[in-house]
Design a protein around this ligand. Structure first.
Ligand code: NAP
Length: 500
């Protein structure tokens, strides 16, 4: 067990696995240095495919959090004054280093999170792309100059960094959820305290090391991994020196954090939970719909906020859609994400797997039919078999709760209005998927779906160049796209007296 520096991954089985885990700095990163937690405590990071420990990392307490905030506060003014081009070059260099090391970073991610290597490579590339995108945005921060309507004064409008920002990310996309916040924060000139999920901190530790390597000034990014998220972050939120919280995670935790932010009126970005409907109309191209369903359902083993949670399929194609989806889901290879040919890894932990077991049991008890799967996979990891259910009644729990697992739940509808009512019957509003070849229907239904994002004849909406985010209880603000940097900028207006 080590507190700082790199660790010795005695439990990793293969040489490559041990090498990538050994290379990760395991301390807290504060003020440009890696160091142990003040308490000396560590927490264990497990491999969800085996349930075995990968390594120990420093476990921050409130005193470490306070130091991280102080380091960010100390770094803020100089970083805000750094030329935008220089901030952009740091991001561009980090993008390149990440891409150069994509294989090792993907292996590390698979080890701590479970997803198959090909998916981890996809996430690492997606994560890096946020840095490339925001490297380009850093030099496009604009302002304005205008004549007042009565001509008596002038308006100068300028954008300034919001200031020290607190970032909190979930375990399901261990690197991309971080770069989606760190990228625009660096581009805008904000120093940060980042708290990754305790289950998957290693990708973020590796990322912090890369940013330091490419010249991010000391204190701009401070990393506090902890088993006491509330105990470490709440004092920082209530402190008042940090001016921004950007959170990705569950709606329940997001609501609690919004309350805490109200005390000092922090700016907030909230990327919260989802309950995506996936609508397939009789006039859909079924080949495309099944392909899109596989992507929208099975990306990340279903552990995605954008995962299709409810398949609403029009009666004319419902049987054929279920048949084809069952065939595809039944053919998927489940196993440890590091193994060749594996397409579906384990769920993140026993709690996540048991929730899927309960939700499927509830649906079956209420009359749903299991076409394939319907039970956990073989241990010792937290596997669940790819599953297709049909005849799922709208009262089943899995139509209102995030499944976060490889389970496709199909409900049949007859009329467009009926599908829209069911689709919108949720407190969430992150993404909705829609398959139809009828352009008028596509536009009409897109307008009426209550979601921040629509996948029209596609099962993938995430793109660093597009505004990602939800409405209703799925969140506040957008990440990525040309609006992504705005989340880390304040608008200042200077009124200029003009004569008289
Ligand atoms: P979670 O339990 O809300 O945790 C998210 C993060 O918040 C983790 O880092 C967690 O720390 C931390 N946290 C927990 N309680 C906290 C507290 N009291 N104060 C401060 N931080 C706290 O969510 P999760 O289970 O990790 O992630 C899954 C959820 O994230 C799903 O609902 C999913 O839909 C959502 N998500 C949304 C998006 C989006 O863009 N909308 C993207 C990905 C995921 P620990 O590590 O200690 O738990």
């Amino acid at each position: 067990m080590t507190n700082a520096g790199t660790n010795n991954a005695t439990t990793s089985s293969s040489t490559a696995e041990a090498r990538v885990v050994d290379a990760v700095p395991t301390g807290l990163f504060i003020g440009g240095s890696w160091r142990p937690a003040a308490s000396g405590r560590t927490l264990t990071v497990d491999d969800p495919a085996t349930g075995k420990a990968l390594c120990e990392v420093a476990d921050a307490g409130p005193e470490d959090g306070a130091e991280a905030l102080a380091a960010a506060v100390a770094a803020q003014a100089a970083f805000a004054a750094m030329p935008p081009r220089d901030r952009g070059e740091i991001l561009r260099s980090a993008y390149q280093v990440i891409m150069d090391r994509i294989d090792d970073l993907a292996l590390l991610m698979t080890l701590e999170m479970g997803k198959p290597l090909a998916e981890s490579r996809g996430e690492v590339a997606y994560a890096a792309e946020f840095f490339r995108w925001f490297a380009e945005e850093a030099v496009r921060i604009d302002g304005g100059y205008a004549v007042a309507p009565n001509g008596a004064s002038r308006f100068l409008v300028q954008k300034q960094p919001v200031g020290v920002s607190l970032l909190i990310t979930p375990w399901n996309f261990p690197m991309a959820m971080g770069t989606r916040k760190i990228g625009p924060a660096i581009a805008a000139g904000c120093a940060m305290v980042m708290k990754p999920a305790q289950q998957t901190p290693l990708s973020m530790h590796a990322l912090a090391a890369i940013l330091a390597e490419v010249g991010l000034p000391d204190g701009v990014l401070n990393l506090v991994t902890t088993s006491d998220a509330g105990g470490v972050m709440e004092p920082l939120i209530r402190d008042g020196r940090a001016r921004k919280l950007s959170f990705t995670g569950s709606t329940a935790v997001g609501k609690k954090l919004l309350e805490q932010c109200s005390e000092k009126v922090l700016r907030t970005s909230m990327e919260l939970g989802g309950n995506a409907p996936f609508l397939v109309f009789d006039d859909a191209d079924l080949d495309k719909a099944v392909e899109g369903a596989m992507l929208a359902k099975m990306r990340n083993m279903g552990e995605a906020c954008t995962a299709a949670n409810r398949f609403l399929v029009q009666r004319g194609v419902a049987e054929e859609f279920a048949r084809r989806l069952t065939e595809r889901m039944g053919a998927l290879v489940v196993g440890r994400g590091t193994d060749d040919g594996v397409q579906v890894g384990p769920l993140v932990d026993a709690k996540g797997r048991d929730k899927v077991v309960d939700l499927v049991r509830d649906a079956v008890d209420r009359g749903a039919t299991v076409h394939v799967g319907g039970e956990p996979g073989d241990g010792p990891g937290y596997f669940y078999r790819p599953t297709v259910l049909s005849g799922v009644p709208l009262e089943a729990r899995l139509t209102s709760e995030e499944i976060f697992g490889p389970v496709a739940a199909i409900t049949v509808f007859d009329e467009e209005d009926e599908a829209l009512t069911a689709a919108n019957d949720t407190e969430f509003g992150l993404v909705s998927y829609l398959y139809t070849e009828n352009i008028t229907r596509a536009l009409r239904v897109s307008e009426r779906l209550e979601a921040g994002m629509i996948g029209l004849n596609t099962g993938l909406v995430s793109n660093p160049a597009a505004p990602f985010g939800g409405i209703k209880e799925s969140g506040l603000g957008r990440e990525g796209g040309s609006v992504g940097i705005e989340e880390f900028l304040e608008t200042k207006y200077v009124a200029i007296g003009f004569g008289g």
